[in-house]
Design a protein around this ligand. Structure first.
Ligand code: FES
Length: 290
């Protein structure tokens, strides 16, 4: 006896009708922007990533209409555009909030409190992973390592870093975002909305006053290895107590407030490496291939 695909719960997937086009005025505006982006590249298809950010800045996500637009502008198939848009997690595939709040729950951040932060935000916001608050302000998601492990646990909002977070910090952060209060990340200029961020990522100038000067690059703790490799002296080990305990509980005693130039990780690894710990010298270094 055979069973049909529907009986097995398998969808064979009917072909979808072509995506609708943008309204004429939107299309004209986007074409102008897209041509500017494409002109930066010797091969037009290289412009696909910024073009996906451009369409994301229009609708807040990469819609089927946006993918059709990219394909038409670049002479690609929609299948080729879809393959790229679905590969990179910075492209949203459905509408989301003004602020994409990502909690790093990769191994290091998770054990340093990332899991506790994610749980606290789920409960505080009443949404799960990939869901958006009713007011359309905040979309919450798990994110993978953002190469800022020395500031774990890290929260990102519209790809800007909030270092050394606690559940209490993160709850305050989303409350501020939902209330429309200005929010400044640990490194960089005050936040703008997801759509505004997408336009900057498409390669258009960041016109917010002071935004470029504010920087937003890697913090000193992330650059220690680079400085050592360049022959500079190792910085003094600095341990900053957090504002609260790992679960946001208040500290006993005064809290050290680091100056901007002193902003090292709050949990720099103790320097008990072979170089700094004579009791545990390194063995002979093996050559590659030995
Ligand atoms: S594990 Fe979270 S930034 Fe690396």
């Amino acid at each position: 006896m055979t069973t049909s695909s529907s009986e097995r719960g398998v969808s064979l997937g009917m072909p979808q009708p072509p995506a609708p086009d943008y309204p004429a005025d939107v299309r004209r505006r986007l074409e102008r922007d897209a041509r500017e982006i494409i002109a930066r590249y010797p091969d037009s298809r290289s412009a696909l990533l910024p073009l996906l950010h451009l369409v994301q800045s229009e609708e807040g996500y990469v819609s089927r209409t946006g993918m059709r637009f990219c394909a038409e502008m670049l002479g690609l198939t929609t299948a080729e555009v879809t393959a790229v848009a679905t590969f990179y997690t910075m492209y949203r595939r459905r509408p989301g909030g003004d602020y994409q709040v990502g909690v790093c729950t990769n191994t290091l951040c998770a054990v340093m409190g990332g899991d506790a932060i994610f749980e606290a935000l789920q409960e505080h916001l009443g949404v799960g992973n990939g869901e958006t608050t009713d007011d359309g302000k905040v979309t919450l998601e798990h994110i993978e390592c953002n190469a800022a492990c020395d500031y774990a646990p890290v929260v990102m909002v519209n790809w800007e870093f909030f270092d050394n977070q606690t559940p209490a910090d993160a709850k305050r952060l989303v409350d501020d975002l939902r209330a429309g209060r200005p929010v400044t990340p640990t490194r960089g200029a005050p936040l703008c909305t997801f759509r505004e961020t997408a336009r900057i990522l498409a390669g258009f100038p960041d016109e917010r006053p002071g935004a470029v000067e504010a920087g937003g690059s890697a913090g000193p703790a992330s650059l220690v290895g680079l400085r050592l490799a360049k022959g500079e002296a190792a910085p003094a080990r600095v341990v900053h107590p957090r504002e609260g305990g790992p679960h946001g509980e208040p500290h006993d005693g005064p809290v050290h407030q680091p100056s901007p130039t002193e902003h090292l990780s709050s949990h720099d690894a103790p320097q008990d490496t072979s170089a700094s710990d004579p009791a545990h010298p390194a063995g002979p270094v093996a050559e590659e291939g030995e």
